[in-house]
Design a protein around this ligand. Structure first.
Ligand SMILES: CC(C)(COP(=O)(O)OP(=O)(O)OC[C@H]1O[C@@H](n2cnc3c(N)ncnc32)[C@H](O)[C@@H]1OP(=O)(O)O)[C@@H](O)C(=O)NCCC(=O)NCCS
Length: 170
């Protein structure tokens, strides 16, 4: 299969935070942000693979900054690495200053999607070719994250997670 660039499937969702989407502190409810990230990630996975894609795992979420009511929130999803049938998607969340329009990073997350056929059976996806320095860094570390996710899910034995183990032994 022909490799694709991360920019080929980049997905950007911009939306405002409305009153029904906040917690009692008037900040965006975490579950609402998870759903927005899942949506953007799923579109990226579909654009990359041109297949039906399902969320296999939420590998990491960092709610670093609260997002106040009325904020304009941009969720950006990019493929960081693909394996046989799975795709790691990196999500960056930005908020936009109302007066200056300057965007600052609020949160990030890493999701894994799997491409499947009409019966739900996993199918192969094209490889990804990182281009920017950040894309290359994320690509390099993705195998460790996949192994960690599989160990935590009980789908891989810790002693088989060789890339992950190397991180602690070196
Ligand atoms: C995701 C799903 C298709 C995986 O099916 P499976 O029978 O475990 O298939 P496999 O073991 O072949 O795994 C398929 C790929 O997913 C990866 N994978 C599975 N679980 C994973 C996890 N927790 N973390 C990271 N990768 C995972 C496997 O490593 C494999 O990757 P590869 O082919 O790129 O090497 C299946 O579990 C499923 O359909 N889950 C429900 C998805 C869903 O409904 N999501 C919405 C949530 S409500």
């Amino acid at each position: 299969m022909q490799p694709k660039y991360p920019s080929d499937s980049l997905t950007t969702l911009t939306d405002i935070v409305l009153p029904g989407e906040t917690n009692p502190l008037n900040n965006l409810f975490g579950g609402e942000l998870l759903a927005r990230m899942d949506r953007a990630g799923s579109i990226t996975a579909r654009r990359h693979s041109r297949r039906i894609c399902v969320t296999a795992s939420v590998n990491h979420v960092a709610f670093n900054r609260a997002i106040p009511l009325g904020s304009v929130v941009t969720v950006e999803a990019k493929v960081s690495r693909t394996f046989k049938t799975s795709m790691e998607i990196f999500i960056d969340v930005w908020i936009e200053d109302r007066e200056t329009g300057i965007k600052s990073k609020a949160n990030e997350a890493i999701y894994t999607f799997v491409a499947v056929d009409e019966t739900g059976t996993p199918v192969a996806v094209p490889p990804v070719e990182p281009q920017t320095e950040l894309e290359k860094l994320r690509f390099e570390a993705a195998l460790r994250r996949k192994q960690l996710s599989l160990v935590l899910a009980g789908k891989m034995k810790p002693h088989e997670a060789t890339e992950l183990k190397a991180l602690f032994i070196e």
